[in-house]
Design a protein around this ligand. Sequence first.
Ligand code: AMP
Length: 420
Amino acid sequence: MIQLIRGFKDVLPGEAELWQHIEQTAAALFTDFGFKEIRIPIMERTELFARSIGEDTDIVEKEMYTFPDRKGDLITLRPEATAGICRSYIQHKLYAADPVKKFYTIGPMFRRERPQKGRYRQFYQLDAEVFGSDSPYVDAQLIYMLKILFHRLGVTDIMAHINSLGCPECRPDFKDALLAYITGKEADLCADCRRRKDKNPLRVLDCKVPGCREAMASAPSILDHLCENCHVHFKTVQTALDNLETPFTIDKRLVRGLDYYTRTTFEMQTGSLGAQSAVAGGGRYDGLVKALGGPQIPATGFAIGFDRLAEIVAQAGKTYATDPDLYVAALGEAALPLVFAWISKLSETGIRAEMDFEGRSLKSQMKRADRLRAGHVLIVGDDEIEKKTAILRNMTTKAQDAVPFEGILEILRTRLGEKE
Ligand code: AMP
């Protein structure tokens, strides 16, 4: 038997309804906040990710699915969506009439990480990006929108962790201070950090290896090195979040080691996930559009880990199954064509109707209706055909009554149409 690839997974019926529910809730909310959906390819030129995510990151160094296509061009399965959205924004000059654009997208990402609980090699992200504004209010709005999404999905155990990364004006000063702190501690760092520290000391702050975390425990804080503009920007994000009653904690260890990341950076964390506590991550990247060959246009955004979000929402125990509203038990040759037309017409108008095509006994059809968790069963046998009335049974209350054939579709639509 051929099995799926390690780190990949199927989303089976049962779980897929929950995924649809999350997608629909997010799409409706993001649309209300002015976001438009954008769909970008799953594969891009490798160079796009190398440039946007950075050559010396774990993702680019060891996690990308990269291969030459048949002509030898290097292509990569996208490890995240921001790079592709930026590429599209620049390529189609979406900034031309009005640079302010808000996009969201939902889809699979690929990273060859070590598979473990909550970590897959194909995983899904719900991604939102805002181009064309460097206002702190846009950052605050993204965090607020995330909070509202989680609340609508019944996830209230959620906390925004925020930090500022400064800008090209104040970050060099912080990098120097960080490098001075690291000097002399090299022996305590992992091999990756020893190699990366000179080029990018922020990566050391970001490293998850326990030895590195310990060595960096009392490292200088970027918040003590922000320039006046960045300081005011970060304060404004905080005041805006306070005004929106959105709780947050300042986490000075939250950094992203890439040069184009600027100012606000954030993560949404939950206690419901154990070790993999971050369910969304985001921040400002005012330098990326330019770094990818576009104009100097600021941007900010986030990515939600869809698989993790689905896991938390599933913990609430609510089912989103699409059980049949009606199961029609047809008994005998005469009933079949009649009933077949009924279930087809009912399904067409939004009543989920099923029937048995195999001519089984009433008993086994009732069992099947039970297994499918049908709300009602309609029984149509020779007797019913003769009397021109069917029997309708409510599978929850077990009450049953007769329904005349005359106008039966309308009667069923009225009686079954009011879904919870
Ligand atoms: P990142 O793009 O690394 O900032 O990740 C954003 C979010 O995507 C994280 O907070 C996770 O929830 C999720 N995520 C990242 N990598 C994986 C993975 N390998 N498997 C499942 N979810 C992931």
